[in-house]
Design a protein around this ligand. Structure first.
Ligand SMILES: [Zn+2]
Length: 227
């Protein structure tokens, strides 16, 4: 039932239903890999770590840190929900400490790339970007350009996310979500060849790569720091 995940990966714990406060035992998923396709599908469908309370028939989300790791691709995304660490700066320090501890003995080039996210939609987006072999720094830079150039877009009101499901070889699609309602309001296309031009511009020389890195905080690659 759990794909190729072994039961030893799972720790059962007790959690209380937020509605009726009855205790339910539950085994949260805390590590995701591309081999665990069932868990990834659950994440993308918004069902991962959903607990069902038998007493009042309520489904609720159990929030816990989740690590996505692609060992072959030397890539990881660490999801640290804001319910656990409230301040973003604390989250960055926390990830820095863990990362440096775990990869202390590794050479610089052996160390995996690492991203920190604090929202589930960002976790999903980062995994999708990685799976499509896109560079998330370029994606966030494109979001910045879209905010600058689309009159209808407002950084306070709208959150931009890559619409990976509708992205094709010829164009990247973005969706603007209303931050209040959570509903998608606008859909925007960005030509794939312009993405390639930006990649070449930023990644072809060391100087420009540094420039790109300087735009963001370590591990935390988000358009919010550009606007
Ligand atoms: Zn309940």
């Amino acid at each position: 039932m759990n794909g190729d995940r072994t039961t030893s990966d799972l720790t059962t714990l007790a959690t209380c239903c937020p509605r009726c406060e009855v205790e339910t035992s539950f085994a949260p998923v805390t590590v995701l890999t591309d081999q665990q396709s069932d868990d990834l599908k659950s994440l993308f469908a918004g069902r991962l770590n959903t607990v069902h309370c038998e007493a009042c028939e309520t489904d609720f989300l159990y929030e816990t840190p989740i690590l996505y790791r692609d060992d072959a691709g030397r890539w990881m995304v660490y999801y640290l929900p804001t319910t656990i660490i409230e301040r973003l700066d604390d989250a960055v320090v926390h990830v820095e400490e863990i990362y440096d501890m775990v990869f202390n003995d590794c050479d610089q080039e052996e160390r995996p790339g690492c991203r920190l996210v604090t929202k589930r939609n960002a976790l999903i987006e980062k995994i999708a970007i990685h799976q499509r072999q896109l560079d998330d720094r370029i994606i966030e830079y494109i979001k910045y350009q879209l905010y600058q150039n689309c009159d209808d877009l407002d950084t306070i009101r709208h959150e931009l996310l890559l619409d990976f499901g509708n992205t094709t070889d010829s164009q990247l699609m973005f969706l603007a979500f209303d931050r209040d309602t959570g509903k998608p309001t606008y859909s925007m296309a960005f030509p794939a060849e312009d993405y390639e031009s930006l990649s070449t511009y930023f990644l072809s020389t060391e100087k420009m790569q540094l420039e790109l890195e300087r735009m963001f905080r370590r591990y935390l690659i988000q358009v919010d720091d550009l606007i």
